[in-house]
Design a protein around this ligand. Structure first.
Ligand SMILES: NC(=O)c1ccc[n+]([C@@H]2O[C@H](COP(=O)([O-])OP(=O)(O)OC[C@H]3O[C@@H](n4cnc5c(N)ncnc54)[C@H](OP(=O)(O)O)[C@@H]3O)[C@@H](O)[C@H]2O)c1
Length: 287
């Protein structure tokens, strides 16, 4: 039986990829730095996240790869190991990558690392598919503490439009590309079904959980201060995030693609469905 390797198997998307493969009866090997707390389906073999380690890619038909690292240092050795051992790789790239631009011309470091991995994979001779997802619906959990504490979400750039996607829809496309044919050499732009401003996303979540939630616009300076004071939000990411939103306000709003349905035969989930599934995360704090 073919084995599938999922890199980053405890992540938002990797966990869903692992579950989908495992529930289909496939043999799955999955990476985690903490196997004891990985909570992956029974039968999944958990290994350390090093594709160059002996045995990790043995008998592997296809790899799901994402890039959790803060440099592209390991990209060369990882892609070399994939090239030597594996027929197919599905790489989930970063949202900021501009296709067609070489890595060194990408707009920020995160995009440069992801573009470097893409470039190496595309040059490797391995059958590859790149998944380029829009913003994950799970990002709305950034608002969960505010929603648990009251009926408003305070933030800047409420009019910025996104096409949020359910992590499981990305996983469904990943599994189709890992296990099926016809996906080699394709770069899939994956989105959810709707274009929604941040303020609209808050309203939709409210409707799904039965509360009248509302966006309260902050100035950029107020939002910067709020994010820097939030211990759950990495300080190093604050300015990058705000600069990204500023750029998005001046760019044409993104439009949904049909790729999830084209590849899987199933339309992507709405934010309302995602929020109903995650309603527990938005429940009011006990009084
Ligand atoms: N969020 C978005 O809106 C969005 C949009 C487009 C693209 N993306 C891209 O999606 C990726 C993030 O995916 P995700 O949200 O599914 O992941 P995630 O939930 O952040 O999980 C990260 C995964 O990587 C593993 N990991 C973390 N640090 C590691 C390290 N130093 N060495 C080895 N493994 C490590 C973790 O495993 P253990 O902790 O178990 O070891 C975990 O399985 C990024 O590349 C991001 O650019 C995100």
């Amino acid at each position: 039986m073919s084995t599938y390797l999922v890199f980053g198997a405890t992540g938002n998307v990797g966990r869903r990829v692992t579950e989908r493969l495992s529930w289909s009866g496939a043999a799955v090997r999955a990476t985690s730095r903490r196997p004891e707390s990985a909570r992956l389906p029974e039968g999944v073999e958990v290994v350390a996240p090093d594709l160059t380690a002996p045995g990790v890619l043995e008998d592997v038909e296809a790899v799901f790869l994402m890039w959790p690292f803060h440099s592209a240092e390991q990209a060369g050795p990882f892609v070399e190991a994939i090239k030597r051992n594996v027929r197919r790789v599905v790489f989930m790239t970063g949202g900021g990558v501009r296709p067609g631009l070489p890595p060194e011309e990408q707009p920020n470091p995160v995009a440069r690392w992801h573009a470097t991995v893409e470039h190496l994979i595309e040059q490797s001779g391995v059958e590859w598919t790149v998944l380029s997802p829009s913003t994950f619906m799970t990002n709305t959990l950034w608002w969960s503490d505010q929603i648990r504490a009251g009926d408003t979400v305070r933030g800047a750039y409420g009019s910025v439009t996104m096409t949020p996607i359910h992590e499981d829809d990305i996983a469904a496309v990943a599994v189709a590309a890992m296990t099926g044919s016809g996906h080699g050499g394709r770069r899939y732009d994956l989105t959810g079904p709707e274009a929604l401003t941040q303020a609209e996303q808050v309203r939709v979540i409210g409707e799904a959980i039965g509360r009248p939630l509302r966006w309260v616009e902050l100035s950029v300076a107020e939002e910067r201060e709020r994010l820097l004071a939030d211990p759950s939000f990495p300080d190093s990411f604050v300015d990058e995030l705000l600069a990204g939103y500023a750029k998005m306000t001046s760019a044409p709003p993104p439009a949904p693609t049909t790729t999830v349905e084209d590849v899987t035969g199933t339309p992507p989930a709405t934010l309302a469905a995602w929020a109903a599934e995650h309603a527990g995360a938005f429940e009011r704090f006990p009084a």
